[in-house]
Design a protein around this ligand. Sequence first.
Ligand SMILES: Cc1cc2nc3c(=O)[nH]c(=O)nc-3n(C[C@H](O)[C@H](O)[C@H](O)COP(=O)(O)O)c2cc1C
Length: 414
Amino acid sequence: MKCVDDFRLRLGKQELVPIMVGGMGVDISTVALSLEAARLGGIGHISDAMVPTVTDRRFNTKFVKDKLKQYKFNVENADKSVVKFDLDILAEATKMHVGSAMDAKKGDGLIFINCMEKLTMNAPKETLRVRMQTAMDAGIDGITLAAGLHLGSFALIEDHPRFRDVKLGIIVSSLRALQLFLKKSARTGRLPDYVVVEGPLAGGHLGFGMDWAQYDLATIVAEIHAWMQAEQLDIPLIPAGGIFTGSDAVGFLENGASAVQVATRFTVTSECGLPEKVQQEYFKATEDDIEVNQLSPTGYPMRMIKSCPAIGDGIRPNCEAYGYLLDANGSCAYIQAYNREVAAHPGERRIKVMDKTCLCTHMRNFDCWTCGQYTYRLKDTTRRNEDGSYQILSAEHVFKDYQFSKDGKVALPD
Ligand SMILES: Cc1cc2nc3c(=O)[nH]c(=O)nc-3n(C[C@H](O)[C@H](O)[C@H](O)COP(=O)(O)O)c2cc1C
């Protein structure tokens, strides 16, 4: 019986442990977590979601406060089109965030950044270009294009001197999405260096509709693998979503995958950005506590723990401070939902908004508990403390469990 360590991921000249820790937005996959994955010879991800907000917390910058001050006059206004990001500040924050990871990196692994197209920031192209280019300037090893179709994203960075040297990957959930992407980006003369195939059991946003349960990761990977062989395309395939044990990973590696992307198991590690109180909620969750809903203003279904504070909350939209999901016209589905409820309940101090959530505010505060489907199995990966709480794991423990475990087993901590 094999273990993950019997395989290697080849990316250009590099050989890596074929374990990639997926990006988890708004600093759930922290720099500290990515550094551990890289130190252990795999690939870690930081995320480019709400970076100015993240740097405020990490480096005491005042980006959010300054932006709110600049746009305070607009907070009562439903039209948020005036609320713009300063591209120089966005670059400065990205440089700090990415630079701090790359400066501290040790070991043979790599650190990538998860770049979300759906973070439209009231100027989709301009802000995405700055986020990607600055990450490349700051020495990032690779960029994973996520949450969106990214049909024009390669073109946004094709003039960058590192365009052919930085590793570029894309996340897709179907063969069709991959075909579309390859067709659209062919003009740049550059193929992706890897393709993450994300199935319906993943955390975060899903690339499926509400019929997600009818899809199966192994089937999608097999279909993409067969098509790539027929087209003689030699691009590493990296399945993601519900790969819970080392043996699950081996199953994919033996069937044409080059590595696996995993995330949920790392949400309960001390290097992960979730506060410990929230991590205990992840441990406690049962299968019934987890749902896929349509609360995200991005329009993509998202998986969450049902009891999280983000669900049903009716906070005033915080776009003057954040505004990461404002589309090219300065609107966001939450603003509409919020204003509809305010109009329907005149004079009420606290309203509820059931159909959408203010994702920026709640992700920023770790109040939106997005999670993978197998979060309900996390309790089986650790021991209980005397007070009944669950023992938080180290990223090294989880990484090595994926790397060396056999027979579907999960190693418990000492
Ligand atoms: C808490 C959490 C947050 C996530 N946030 C993002 C994100 O910001 N961008 C993204 O592309 N994927 C995100 N994902 C998906 C993961 O990167 C990964 O592909 C997937 O969850 C792997 O499946 P697993 O969690 O079952 O191991 C997130 C997953 C989790 C659990």
